[in-house]
Design a protein around this ligand. Structure first.
Ligand SMILES: Nc1ncnc2c1ncn2[C@@H]1O[C@H](COP(=O)(O)OP(=O)(O)O)[C@@H](O)[C@H]1O
Ligand SMILES: [Mg+2]
Length: 252
């Protein structure tokens, strides 16, 4: 990778390995994610996808290599993780909204408490974000009164509230009833079209094909393939990829 490309990367993995005890969950990962790119990460269960994205904001330590996030070495001892995490939006499979807070308060919590933004400004921006995910009228509702799809859209608005340069999604639609998957993918698609840098762990291959700039396929802690969706779907004759795609079709 030449210096120019590396400089343009928002997230850069340089020969990263991670162990859980004796188990090597990530093995010599090197990937660069340039600004504005939508990277879909897929692979069988247990292949290290969640581990991979959790290392980006320091939710998981690494034992070897280096991860640079927007110019900061994530795992360097001097790095302030609280500050660093403001640069990464994270959307989880199970939404993880604060149940005792209104939708609006969920979205303004970090900007007000962590970034010390004035309340009015934070609320104005939160209302814009809720409008953008189609939930302007739910600002005062509590998460328990929302459907899974609505909760996940709030979670996306919350991730956007800190204006992060990159958003990481860990299977954002896997916990949803099928009829709600589309509304969440639509929001993700609109973010992508606005140029957001996104790393999406997902098995939604339609999304991967349509929205992804690139597909990273993992197996047993390694990146087996890193290619364009066209290459991945049409030309990949890798047996593990074939098996993965066959398994997904069977589940669908
Ligand atoms: N906290 C942990 N302690 C020990 N092993 C873990 C832990 N988290 C994940 N693993 C193991 O690491 C491997 C990769 O897990 P994960 O990143 O969650 O995979 P994926 O998201 O692709 O399903 C799996 O074998 C899993 O059992
Ligand atoms: Mg996972």
């Amino acid at each position: 990778m030449n210096a120019t490309v590396r400089d343009a990367a928002i997230v850069s993995f340089d020969n990263v390995s991670k162990w859980y005890g004796e188990y090597r969950a990530l093995e010599n990962i090197s990937i660069d994610i340039p600004k504005g790119q939508v990277v879909v990460v897929c692979g069988p269960s247990g292949s290290g996808k969640s581990t991979l994205i959790r290392t980006v904001n320091g939710l998981e330590p690494i034992q070897e290599g280096r991860i640079i996030l927007d110019g900061t070495d994530v795992h360097a001892r001097k790095t302030d993780l609280n500050q660093l995490r403001q640069k990464v939006g994270f959307v989880f499979q199970h939404f993880n909204l604060f149940p005792h807070m209104s939708v609006l308060d969920n979205v303004t919590f970090a900007p007000i408490k962590i970034q010390k933004k004035p309340k009015d400004e934070a609320r104005d921006f939160a209302r814009k974000l809720l409008d953008r995910v189609g939930l302007a009228e739910k600002a005062d509702t509590f998460p328990g009164f929302l459907s899974g799809g609505q909760q996940q859209r709030v979670a996306i608005a919350r991730a956007l509230a800190l204006r992060p340069p990159v958003i990481l999604f860990d299977e954002p639609t896997s916990a949803l009833d099928p009829e709600m998957v589309g509304e969440v993918l639509l929001v993700m698609k609109s973010l992508a079209s606005e140029g957001m840098t996104m790393v999406c762990v997902t098995h939604e291959m339609g999304f991967a094909r349509e929205v992804g700039d690139r597909i990273v396929f993992m197996d047993q802690g390694k990146v087996i393939l890193d290619d364009t969706p066209d290459q991945f779907f049409s030309k990949s004759d890798h047996p593990r990829v074939q098996r993965f795609l066959a398994d997904i079709r069977r589940e669908a």
